[in-house]
Design a protein around this ligand. Structure first.
Ligand code: BDR
Ligand code: CA
Length: 321
């Protein structure tokens, strides 16, 4: 199996992605580093620990807390989309006897800092290591700023973020993860590390229907299917009210899937920049699609996913959750 680190901001689709990574025989999840994004870094860390307590893997990855805020921008969260706790407000769920279904956790994250852990793991596994980045890129950019040479040893970063051919989701121009920390995203783009970009071009072609979640809970009731039904409630209601379908996009799970099986997507090599200023376009990812014209001045720095085999992806998702 491929050694991987998941860097996450602890939201609902992050949780689904983490379940996939924990259950995939093709991945060996060494560590989970946590960053502020959907919610603050403490809540996000707690959410990662929640997922571990539900999945109960044979060997648990190290969980380390990272950056509390973006490099330059003030914090910006998505609690309105993922629920106040970032995970569908798990407090609301009670068992038949009135006890909380998701009691307060007794496990704690590692005392190690996420940036140190990223660098240590990069050093140890070198180009066999893949980092799957599911939140704002603050932790990764900080590690690159601290010791770029070590970070350059890793094999690849698979990033859920940005978009090439479609509009943003949090603003007309920007995807959420890049919007929250555009400076970090630009540092990662310029890092020279091999990058795969799993942006909205493909993630918005991969929706999960509410009905599938309900059916799975009926067909194979378990702690995991119950948790998935519970934590996706608020997130799916948001999609129903704003995206016109009852279900949700599987943004972060698709990034994990691409790390497992790159043949699920077709990619284009291109040069990508992230707007860090911009009155209307802050956080916008700009992929140079001029082909031959740009090659001389701007050699490609990302493999951007443009098409996805949705059916095969949903099959893989179903197998792993
Ligand atoms: C991204 O934004 C977050 O809210 C999701 O977890 C995902 O990583 C999608 O734009
Ligand atoms: Ca995320």
């Amino acid at each position: 199996p491929i050694p991987v680190i998941v860097d996450t901001d602890g939201g609902v689709d992050d949780a689904l992605a983490l379940i996939m990574a924990l259950n995939s025989p093709q991945l060996d999840l060494k560590a989970v580093t946590v960053v502020a994004g959907n919610v603050n870094v403490d809540l996000a860390t707690n959410n990662v620990l929640h997922v571990l307590s539900i999945v109960e893997p044979d060997t648990s990855p190290i969980v380390a807390k990272g950056c509390e805020k973006p490099l330059v921008r003030p914090p910006f969260n998505a609690a309105g989309i993922h629920g106040a706790d970032g995970l569908g407000e798990l407090d609301q769920f009670l068992e038949a006897d009135g006890t909380p279904r998701y009691p307060k956790l007794t496990i704690e994250p590692s005392t190690e800092n996420a940036i140190e852990l990223l660098l240590k793991t990069a050093q140890e596994y070198g180009d066999s290591l893949i980092i799957i980045a599911l939140g704002p890129l603050t932790n990764l950019a900080t590690a690159i700023q601290k010791d770029g040479a070590t970070m350059k040893k890793i094999g690849r970063i698979v990033i859920m973020g940005g978009a090439v051919t479609v509009p943003g989701n949090i603003t007309a121009a920007a995807e959420f993860n890049f919007f929250v920390d555009p400076h970090a995203a630009q540092i990662v783009m310029e890092s020279g590390i091999p990058l795969t970009l799993v942006g909205l071009d493909v993630t918005m072609k991969a929706p999960l229907a509410r009905q599938v979640v309900e059916d799975n809970l009926q067909r194979r009731p378990s702690k995991v299917t119950q948790f998935i039904a519970d934590c996706t409630g608020i997130y799916m209601t948001f999609h129903r009210d704003n995206e016109g379908f009852h279900g949700c996009y599987l943004h972060d799970p698709l990034a994990v899937a691409v790390a497992i099986d790159p043949s699920l997507v077709t990619t284009k090599s291109l040069y990508m920049m992230v707007e860090t200023e911009g009155r209307f376009t802050s956080g916008m990812s700009l992929g140079d699609r001029r082909d031959r014209r740009s090659e001389k001045t701007n050699p490609p720095n990302v493999e951007a996913c443009l098409e996805v085999d949705t059916e095969r992806f949903l099959q893989l998702f179903d197998q792993l959750v």
